[in-house]
Unconditional design. Structure first.
Length: 351
């Protein structure tokens, strides 16, 4: 019997920089996949990066199949799994922003096939994490899948994505300021396992992002590099922790609740950023500095900027704790009623 087993699955190759997509063939072969690969992408990401990746891999002599997916629900996953079963590729390569990477990651994981992540945006930390967020399940939060074997992040491609994605990714990194606080709180109050290494890695990423946020407006390429490295470090922090704990606390619960109550939710990172402002106030940390940094990078800081009604913010705040009752956060200490939630949102300028 193995007691206290703690398994960490980490990426083996991480390549960030200009024109790194050119390396996809060499990287794939270096990892030992020289026969076949299945590329999962969306119609847009096929044009942005997928077709080029296929050409490079074919030129390296691999047999390449590809699939186009548009969402990440159970049907899409089964579709990709069936193809993996049929084609038996050595590796699955996900090319895209959030959903394409997620579909590739979880389908490959279910079929015991390695997975390579090729992000075309830097909008959240799923590009490097072992988790996926699924739509259409009773649980709105992320599930464990597998860490990518490699991450190939081409800043030349990501720099051309909408600034909204970048601002959202930045907000997702900054949100670790409160998620780590929540984790520590859970450790102190209910004696939950707390991995200091994983916690500090997530926290360091958030602090580095806060300190360098201005670069995203003055030297976009350098800023983007820091953002991508921060997102990857957050993914690694989750790999080390073996769960989303270091990177997902009360601010993420608020975002998951918004996904349920708002008719048209905003982006994941955008919602988490706004959640971080409010949860930081509950934690008594410098929420104004968080708000100002989000503003600086062009991320939303109010209900209006999220495109949501004030009522949705209040309802999501009240319901956030019940999204995942097993995850102890500040919301278990400071139970929010419609009245106190409204006050919190008002004092932080969210509504
Ligand atoms: Zn997140």
């Amino acid at each position: 019997m193995v007691a206290n087993l703690h398994r960490m699955q980490l990426p083996r190759e991480v390549v960030v920089g200009n024109n790194t997509l050119d390396q996809i063939g060499a990287i794939t072969k270096r990892l030992g996949f020289s026969n076949s690969a299945l590329i999962v992408m969306g119609p847009k990401t096929m044009e942005i990066a997928g077709r080029k990746a296929m050409d490079i891999l074919k030129a390296e002599g691999l047999k390449i199949d590809h699939l186009i997916v548009t969402s990440c629900n159970i049907k899409d996953i089964v579709f990709v799994e069936d193809k993996i079963e049929e084609l038996k590729p050595q590796v699955v390569i996900g090319v895209g922003g959030g959903t394409k990477i997620d579909v590739a990651k979880i389908s490959a994981s279910h079929k015991d096939t390695p997975f390579i992540s090729v992000p075309t945006t830097a909008s959240h930390d799923g590009i490097a994490s072992p988790l996926v967020s699924l739509k259409g399940l009773d649980k709105p939060y992320s599930l464990m899948a597998q860490a990518p074997m490699a991450i190939v992040a081409d800043t030349n491609i990501i720099i051309n994505s909408s600034p909204r994605f970048t601002a959202s990714g930045c907000a997702d990194v900054i949100s670790k300021l409160t998620s780590v606080k929540d984790w520590k709180l859970a450790h102190e109050v209910i004696d939950e396992y707390y991995g200091e290494y994983a916690a500090n890695l997530a926290l360091m990423s958030a602090r580095l992002m806060m300190r360098n946020a201005r670069l995203l407006t003055t030297d976009k390429e350098q800023g983007l590099r820091i953002l991508i490295e921060a997102l990857i470090s957050c993914g690694v922090a989750m790999s080390i922790a073996g769960s989303s704990r270091p990177c997902s606390g009360s601010e993420h619960l608020f975002s998951h609740a918004l996904d349920q109550v708002a008719p048209k939710p905003a982006m994941h990172g955008e919602q988490c950023g706004v959640g971080t402002i409010m949860m930081a106030r509950l934690h008594n940390i410098n929420w104004k500095q968080i708000r100002d940094t989000l503003k600086l990078v062009g991320a939303p800081t109010t209900a209006q900027e999220l495109g949501l009604e004030k009522e949705h913010i209040v309802e999501a705040l009240v319901r956030a704790q019940e999204i995942r009752p097993d995850r102890y956060t500040i919301l278990d200490e400071r139970t929010l009623t419609p009245e106190t939630a409204k006050t919190l949102a008002k004092t932080t300028g969210v509504i």
